[in-house]
Design a protein around this ligand. Sequence first.
Ligand code: ADP
Ligand code: MG
Length: 447
Amino acid sequence: MSNSIISTLKKKVSKKTWDNWFSTFELKEVEEEKVVFSVANLFIKDWLQTKYGGAISDSIAEHLGKKIPFEIIYKNKAMPSEDSTGPQTSGSLLKRKPLMISNLNPEYTFGNFVVGSENKALYEVALDVAQSPGKYNPFFVYGGVGLGKTHLLQAIAQETMSNFPDKKVLYITSEQFMNDMIQSIKENNIQKFRDHYRKKSDILLIDDIQFLIGKKGVQNEFFHSFNELHDSGKQLIICSDRNPEELETFHSRLKSRFQMGMLMSIQEPQPSTRFHIAKQLAQRESVSLPDDVAKVLADNIDGNLRRLRGAIIKLIVHSSVFRSQIDLSLATQILQSFTGSVNVPVSQRPIDQIYSAIEKIMKVTRKEIESGSRSKDIVLARQLTMYILKNHFGKQVTEIARETGKQHSTVIHSVKKIDKSVMMGKGATKLLFDDIMGIISSSSAAV
Ligand code: ADP
Ligand code: MG
């Protein structure tokens, strides 16, 4: 009789649906008040209940002659044959997508990962994982944005691939995992999805697991993939922007799985490490960053290395578009737009650079510029100072007024006046401006 319930049900759905969803579905018990089925996956359990509840009820009624409620229970490892890593019977499923390794960034290698004292231990464990998969399982890395988690994860993926060419390495973000899962459900193909993750990877790397917060169904699916891989000794590497404890809505059993291997945090690099990272990031773009520029960037941009990289790219683009050198003055200017204020050594302050260049070119001293003199040269020197502070160093009017000890309105008027001459490429003023700028650029490069 029990077999008839199952076989009736089987006739009610398409073969594809059956293969995809009902492959672990079994009749457990027929009681007086209910019929109990079991299934090997929590997510499937919910899905069958909502999608095929009607068909299941009808099959029961046809065979028992009355409507009896049913229950589907989740039975872990109900189907050992499905879980085995031996030859599969699912034929075509095996030939699906090869490895999903194509979206690894070739620059995210161990060689390109600068190690400071703050992340030395982490780096070594990561390298160890890539040399001895399974040793620390799972390997869970967490830390803030832009600290290098994705870089490290992909470095492990690439290193493992080169150490063990036969191992199948699968790197994916948890968002991709979810999208794949949804897609497979749409296509009635959840089994294919499962095989892909559970049977076809020897090393599974999942990035940004925090994305699954609030997505219970996907968490459950992931839980089973995790267990199956872990039980068969496959290496799992997971990263997150927070500690497993702080993964809200994650079931405690999943959180505790995350903690049972090696749990490590990634630390914000100190300025000295950031200095080397800055040089390295530029090197990746085939640009050699002068030490003073790398230092000012490292000192002014916090640990978020995406911002550091952003500033370096901006520097490189700016210097190639305007054919200017990458120097302290350009770096200071770009940093302004990133941080609002920049700490540069006192002797390198923009205003000092301008005063000393003006003195060389125009023979007007700082003292004269800061005086109330209305002499023509001095007024021009003053106006040029203000203009360069504003347009070249990106200073605010208020700041310029404070630094030069002049009125707000004077600053605005001066900037406008010089702007006109420079924009129109007008005579002497433009020539003076170019000469002053030439000195500013070369003097800051020489520091
Ligand atoms: P996360 O995933 O933690 O947000 P990423 O791995 O995306 O951070 O890193 C941001 C950028 O910083 C990437 O370009 C990466 O290559 C670079 N980066 C991070 N850490 C290092 C490091 N230690 N050495 C060199 N580059 C690094
Ligand atoms: Mg990342």
